[in-house]
Design a protein around this ligand. Structure first.
Ligand SMILES: Cc1ncc(COP(=O)(O)O)c(C=O)c1O
Length: 433
């Protein structure tokens, strides 16, 4: 636990709270595979993978080699005013994963936020259609432009886009099949929301930060069809759940629709800062000098992303996510019968959410559970506009043995919370979200 001169205490005075989302006093020195090591030498199994960014775990040899090579003789530092082989080849490699989008090209950014913001701005500029539809609970990023099209409670301070319409993301666990959402939107199209003014529909194919909701079967497909009929472009935000995490390379494929734009981030860089937006050339080439930051497409981040894509193929990580994910999901589902506070366990592959019952909101059950799990050697966080869904997005290299350990620790952490062993005091300093 953090003492007065500990790394965590020094962080408190040296680093701004504005960018903190803390659940327990985790201070890290290093990482290896699916584990992180804290400043006291304690090894913890990381079921978050830094919110999905560490897709290959920590220190994967393919990333180490690629990054070391790129940084030792870098082909410039940017793609703004010169191209380089690595960037072109990464763009080509990303397009190979999306044969259903043949007339597309790639924009590179630093984060999921800038990729979503660029999609929003480019679609509005190129089509002249300034309205946009997104979901209540959606988290598309932390920049002004990506917050403008989000609907997450943590960003209630943010200015939303003037033409933003938020619709509900149906949660099957709450008995919602999506019919009401579809009927409501159809009615809006006929009355207050002229569909010919709507440029884009932003979709998370699993709504992650809003509560890890897997949509009802067929819902997104029908929504997409309804919007397409009016020429509305479809953006699939795959920043958290894309790139093999759900057992398929791209998550939209589970839902039977093909988007016009795909946003990739987090796991694309395996811990390095890089994102990618794939979109139709007509819009992506609408203007030049329109969405750029100096270090976009830098050779080091590009090399890491190329290594990630290759390793996903070489090590068959989509298959691993599917198999180990099923094992984890089954093991966690079994906890439902033993713990009254576990409401629902859902997910695809290694993208899993555990919704805790909220009849005692003041108790902050999710906050206490992740805190206790951390004490027991497991890192995971919670999400949800009601702050009650545990989120598991472990490295894609997770093994069944590690998944077993994780289930055992969570079993105990939940039991301890149910028995009142985690006090309100213990989590007082950790606001979470
Ligand atoms: C679905 C989704 N989109 C976009 C983002 C923003 O990504 P970043 O924080 O890397 O900018 C996130 C981050 O949580 C996300 O989950």
């Amino acid at each position: 636990m953090a003492g007065a001169n500990s790394l965590y205490a020094r962080d408190a005075s040296a680093i701004a709270g504005l960018q903190k989302l803390r659940f327990f006093p985790l201070a890290l020195e290093s990482g290896a595979g699916a584990y992180v090591v804290d400043d006291e030498g304690r090894r913890l199994l990381d079921l978050s993978a830094a919110w999905g960014a560490a897709s290959l775990g920590y220190g994967h040899p393919a990333i180490v080699e690629a990054v070391c090579h790129a940084v030792s003789a870098p082909a410039g530092a940017s793609i703004l005013s010169a191209t380089h082989r690595g960037a072109v080849e990464l763009a080509e490699a990303i397009l190979v994963t999306l044969p259903e989008l043949p007339d597309h090209c790639v924009w590179f950014g630093h984060s999921g936020s800038d990729a979503n913001e660029t999609a929003f701005r480019a679609i509005a500029a190129a089509t002249g259609r300034r309205r946009v539809i997104a979901f209540r609970g959606a988290y598309h990023g932390g920049t002004a432009g990506s917050m403008a099209i989000s609907g997450h409670a943590v960003q209630s301070h943010a200015a939303r886009a003037e033409g933003l319409t938020l619709i509900s993301y149906p949660n099957p666990y709450h008995g919602e099949d999506g019919e009401a959402v579809l009927a409501g939107l159809a009615q809006q199209f006929e009355t207050t929301l002229p569909p010919q003014e709507v440029g884009a529909l932003f979709i998370e194919p699993i709504q992650s930060d809003g509560g890890f909701i897997v949509p009802p079967p067929g819902f997104l497909k029908r929504l997409v069809e309804m919007c397409r009929a009016h020429g509305i472009l479809i953006v699939s935000d795959e920043v958290k759940v894309g790139l093999a995490r759900t057992g398929l390379m791209h998550c939209f494929r589970h839902e039977g629709f093909t988007p016009d734009f795909v946003c990739l981030g987090k796991g694309l860089g395996g811990g390095m800062a890089i994102s990618a937006l794939v979109g139709p050339r007509a819009i992506m080439n609408h203007a030049t000098a329109f969405a750029m930051q100096t270090l976009h497409g830098n050779p080091v981040s590009v090399a890491a992303a190329t290594a990630v894509l290759k390793t996903i193929e070489d090590e068959k990580l989509a298959g691993n996510a599917s198999t180990v994910g099923r094992f984890l999901l089954d093991g966690l589902t079994a906890l439902k019968s033993r713990h009254r506070m576990v409401g629902d366990v859902r997910g695809r592959g290694l993208a899993i959410g555990i919704e805790l019952l909220t009849e005692d909101p003041a108790g902050r059950r999710a906050a206490k559970t992740v805190f206790r799990a951390w004490e027991l050697g497991l890192v995971l966080y919670y999400v949800g506009i009601n702050s009650n869904v545990l989120e598991l997005t472990p490295p894609l290299i997770l093994t069944e043995a590690q998944a077993s350990d994780a289930i055992a620790i969570l079993d105990r952490a939940i039991a301890d919370v149910e028995q009142g062993l985690v006090s309100d005091d213990a989590i007082r300093d950790f606001a979470g979200w």
